[in-house]
Design a protein around this ligand. Structure first.
Ligand code: GLA
Length: 342
């Protein structure tokens, strides 16, 4: 087990730190204090390491595109229609950042912040906890929020991501990670196979806001109840505007893991376990070549984001779940990713 800290970049006069956690199997993750970002997931190949996450080499690259690459997302993942929701019988309005809607916590979401951190190490695991106080005035959500984002790497090659929130007023808390995976040695994820424990996905309007209606996946390209090759599924969506997946699956958390992503060529695979009731699948359909990723210029289908969360626009849809963080209570949400090579 090892922890290493370096300076990644400077941004608006602040040093952005990169912290690398390595386990006894030579698997490592690195995190950035900007956006509590998951920057690298390094897995051993022969005597080297391979990164299976999309990433950038500067703070400016991370902040200057709309794709939230690797970043922590909060207070609320996904879109809130018109930036408005009911809370305690009142209509609350928060800042918008995508037309009239609020996406991924709005213009001052978790991803835009520089986080403090401390580390912790034992024989079995190594972890970093990012922490930040976010006042009501800073991001426009009700209540001053004390948030933490902890990344733990253990010797089973598991990465456990734990978010906690506590506020001095009732507020919303629906955090996630926007890591994009590419397990393969190819530039795209088209050769990957995907399995999702979900039989329904959400209908959305033209602004990608859920209508409230659930659609069955059976008999459609959205059916990942058994392993499906992403290239085939994406091919079947070429007639749509999106030309790929940017969809919200309803998850029944009694089946774990909720997702398995695998690359049959390299035999690398990743599972995700979580008790949340939704998974957003985004296959980077709209990536363009001006995105200067470390693995090369951006192109569609370079990576897949698998965002475990509560069904978005939650308070506006009865039955989507409860993302209210009650005043002076601490809530914790956990997502576990496990890497395997066999
Ligand atoms: C999520 C959304 C997408 C897109 C990405 C970030 O995956 O569903 O529509 O906004 O985040 O670019």
């Amino acid at each position: 087990m090892n922890i290493e800290e370096t300076i990644f970049d400077t941004y608006q006069g602040h040093s952005i730190h990169k912290i690398t956690l390595t386990n006894d199997n030579n698997v490592a993750i690195s995190l950035l204090s900007l956006g509590a970002t998951w920057h690298e997931f390094l897995v051993p190949i022969q005597d080297k390491q391979k990164n299976i996450l999309l990433n950038f080499s500067t703070a400016h690259d991370y902040l200057s595109n709309p794709f939230y690459i690797g970043m922590a997302i909060g207070r609320t993942a996904g879109r809130i229609k018109n930036g408005t929701f009911p809370l305690n019988g009142q209509s609350v309005t928060v800042p918008t950042n995508e037309g009239q809607n609020t996406l991924h916590g709005g213009p001052s979401g978790f991803n835009t912040l520089i986080w403090d951190y401390n580390s912790c190490q034992s024989d079995e695991a190594v972890s970093i906890t990012f922490s930040r106080s976010i006042s009501h005035n800073e991001d426009g959500f009700p209540g001053d929020l004390a948030a933490t984002v902890t990344y733990t790497l253990d010797n089973h090659n598991r990465v456990t991501l734990q978010f906690t929130g506590e506020s001095n007023e009732d507020t919303l808390f629906n955090p996630t990670s926007h890591a994009y995976f590419n397990l393969s040695d190819s530039k795209t994820i088209l050769g990957h196979q995907l399995m999702i424990a979900s039989s329904e996905y959400l209908e959305m309007d033209s602004e990608k806001i859920p209508t409230g209606k659930l659609l069955p996946v059976k008999g459609t390209p959205f059916d990942f109840t058994t392993n499906q090759q992403l290239g085939d599924a994406i091919q079947a969506l070429q007639g749509t505007t999106e030309k790929g997946f940017d969809d919200i699956y309803k998850i029944t958390p009694n089946q774990q893991p909720i997702v398995k992503l695998s690359d049959p060529t390299s035999h690398r695979s990743l599972t995700i376990s979580s008790s949340r009731n939704a998974l957003v699948v985004f296959t980077s359909n709209s990536f363009t070549k001006n995105l200067a990723f470390n693995s090369g210029a951006g192109e569609p289908y370079m990576g897949i984001a698998l965002e475990s969360q509560t069904l978005p626009d939650t308070p506006n849809h009865p039955g989507f779940g409860d993302v209210v963080l009650p005043k002076n209570q601490k809530i914790s949400q956990t997502i576990t990713y496990q890497y395997m090579n066999k």
